[in-house]
Design a protein around this ligand. Structure first.
Ligand code: ADP
Ligand code: MG
Length: 314
C-alpha cells in the first residue's frame, strides 16, 4: 500500500533522512520508532506530500507522490506532529471546515462527522470550542480531522505525545479500532507505545533504518541477537580483545570482578554458534570459562543497542 524507496531528505547540509526504503502492506499497522531527531516527522511529511524529498520515491496505492499528489492525498489522513487546529471553532465547525477542504460532499458530511466523533469519543464534546478542550481531547480532534474523507491510509505522528497515561490508553484503543480496515503508520520515540499496537516495527536512527521486524521477533532477537553474561578466569583486556575477534560478536565488555576470582563480562552477538567459538577460544588461551548465562533481550535493550551502536540487529 505504501512503498518507500531510497528516500533521502537534506535540509541544507543536514541529512535528515538518508536513503531509507520500506513497505507497508494493506491493512498493516507499522510502528515507526526512533529517538528525537531521527527523521520520523520528515519522512511522514514527505509521504503525505507536505514536503518534497531530495531524492527517492514514495508510492501510495501505486501512485507516486511526485506525479500524482492529489491521488495520494485523497487516500491519506494525516495527524502531523502539531496539527493545525482552529481554536475558536467548535469541534463540529472545525470538522465541517475540514470536510469542505477535503471535498466531502455536503450531503455526506453530517453522517460522516457523526461516525468519526463517535469513533474517537468526541460526540459529547462536539459543541465545545477546540481551544477550550484538554490536550487529550484536542488530540482526538486531530485524529478526527485525519479521518475526514474516510482515507484508507493513516499517518499518525506521535499521536500520544503529551497525553497522560489514561488518555494514552484511550487513544491506543481508538487507533486499534481504526486499524480494522486501514493501513497505518504510527511514529513514536517510546518503545512500549508501538509494541502495544503495531504488527511490525521499523526503527530509524539518524536518518537510517537500524532494524525492521515484528515486536515479538525484535524482542526474541530472532535467535540472532544474543546477550550473554559470562564469568571468565582470565585477564580482562586480553579476554575482551580475543572475544571481540570472534565472528558475530558485536559487543564485549567487563562488568567487574566475580566473587570466585574471575571476571564478569557481557557479550552481545548476532549468531548462534558464538557460544561454541567462545568456549574454544577461551580454552586455547587457558582462561577457564566458568559461567555462561543467556539474558533475554527486551525490546528496550534492542532499541538501545540499535540506536547506540548502529546496524547490527538486521
Ligand atoms: P523526528 O521527527 O524523528 O524527531 P525530524 O524529522 O523532525 O525527526 O528531524 C530530523 C532531523 O532533521 C533533525 O536533525 C532535525 O533537526 C532536522 N530538521 C527537521 N526539520 C528541519 C528544518 N525545517 N530545517 C533544518 N533541519 C531540520
Ligand atoms: Mg517528530
Amino acid at each position: 500500500m505504501i512503498e518507500i524507496q531510497n528516500l533521502t531528505k537534506k535540509y541544507g547540509q543536514v541529512v535528515a533522512v538518508n536513503n531509507i526504503s520500506f513497505d507497508v502492506k494493506k491493512g498493516e499497522i507499522l510502528g515507526f520508532l526512533g529517538p528525537n531527531g531521527a527523521g520520523k516527522s520528515t519522512t511522514m511529511n514527505i509521504i503525505t506530500g507536505y514536503l518534497p524529498s531530495t531524492s527517492g520515491t514514495v508510492k501510495v496505492d501505486g501512485y507516486d507522490i511526485l506525479t500524482h499528489p492529489d491521488e495520494v492525498k485523497k487516500r491519506i489522513g494525516y495527524l502531523p506532529e502539531a496539527p493545525p487546529l482552529y481554536r475558536d471553532m467548535t469541534v463540529t465547525e472545525f470538522l465541517r471546515f475540514v470536510s469542505d477542504l477535503k471535498y466531502v460532499p455536503k450531503k455526506k458530511q453530517k453522517g460522516q462527522m457523526a461516525d468519526i466523533m463517535e469513533l474517537v469519543g468526541l460526540t459529547d464534546h462536539r459543541k465545545r470550542l477546540v481551544g477550550n478542550l484538554s490536550k487529550g481531547y484536542r488530540q482526538r480532534v486531530g485524529l478526527a480531522q485525519a479521518l475526514v474523507g474516510n482515507p484508507e491510509v493513516l499517518i499518525l505522528d506521535e499521536p500520544t505525545v503529551g497525553l497522560d497515561p489514561k488518555q494514552i490508553i484511550e487513544i491506543r484503543r481508538v487507533i486499534k479500532a481504526l486499524s480494522q480496515e486501514r493501513t497505518i503508520i504510527l511514529s513514536s520515540h517510546i518503545l512500549p507505545e508501538v509494541s502495544a499496537i503495531c504488527e511490525r516495527i521499523v526503527i530509524i536512527n539518524k536518518g537510517v533504518i537500524a532494524a525492521e521486524d515484528t515486536p515479538d521477533r525484535l524482542s526474541q532477537g530472532v535467535g540472532q541477537v544474543l546477550k550473554l553474561n559470562l564469568t571468565i578466569n582470565g585477564p580482562v583486556k586480553e579476554v575482551i580483545s580475543a572475544v571481540r575477534k570472534i565472528d558475530g560478536v558485536t559487543y564485549m565488555d567487563t562488568t567487574g570482578k566475580a566473587p570466585d576470582g574471575g571476571n564478569r563480562f557481557i557479550l552481545e552477538g548476532v549468531s548462534n554458534d558464538i557460544k561454541e567459538k567462545l568456549f574454544y577460544a577461551m580454552a586455547e588461551n587457558g582462561w577457564p570459562l566458568t559461567e555462561i548465562k543467556p539474558s533475554i533481550m527486551t525490546l528496550e535493550d534492542i532499541f538501545i543497542s540499535v540506536v547506540t551502536k548502529g546496524q547490527e540487529v538486521r
